[in-house]
Design a protein around this ligand. Sequence first.
Ligand code: NGS
Length: 234
Amino acid sequence: MSNGLVNGSYTPEHCNALFSVAILVAYKNRQSQLDIFLPYIHNFLRKQNIHYRLYVVEQQDNKTFNKGILYNVGAKTAMEDHFPCLILHDVDLLPLDDRNLYACANEPRHMSASIDKFRFMLPYDSLLGGVAALKSEQYVAINGYSNRFLGWGGEDDDFQRRLLPQKLNTIRFPIEMSRYTMLAHPQEHRNVDRFMIMRENLKEGYEKDGLSTLPFVSVRISHHPLFTLVGVQL
Ligand code: NGS
């Protein structure tokens, strides 16, 4: 029997979906987490009666992980496929509450406010990392993610700071609906330049670094039953 999935895309059979959503997973070298994430997230999502497509945006080179470039490439791909809503998703986070609807609202929504690693408490109010949903048009308006952050840390805080000049706020569902479990992994090497890049971007303006200034990267799209693979080489 078919599981209804083609290229990581699912359309409910018994209703017209209210929401059409692209889920973007920026990924490098975490196969054991991806193996857990993929079946879990499809089982979770198909209960929500949404139309969605899962894109794994994989950095396929030996350079340091650049989540911002991967999200920008993923967002462009999903927008070419006419998705009006983007969900930016860490591969190590599994949603625990079925009421946490994977859809976009009028303002960007931080979805992973309550993670077991932080004893289900929000570590700081402006956090937008982990899992976030925003409309494609909002992603364009804030000029997407920075292309400048390498490795761990800061890129999601820089992304959050892009909302204010566009008069966008972050919203959240009630904390008990925003629960996630985080798959264990060693702490990544911290980017020592992250605070400097955040300061420079704040000062110089976000139009100088982001979706509109995405550097040339090689992109190769291939199709797998559980996901569309967007392979990227920096
Ligand atoms: C902050 C980082 C964010 C990160 C958050 C949670 O300190 O990039 O911790 O990280 N900001 C800076 O370093 C400036 S977590 O513990 O979930 O890996 O997302």
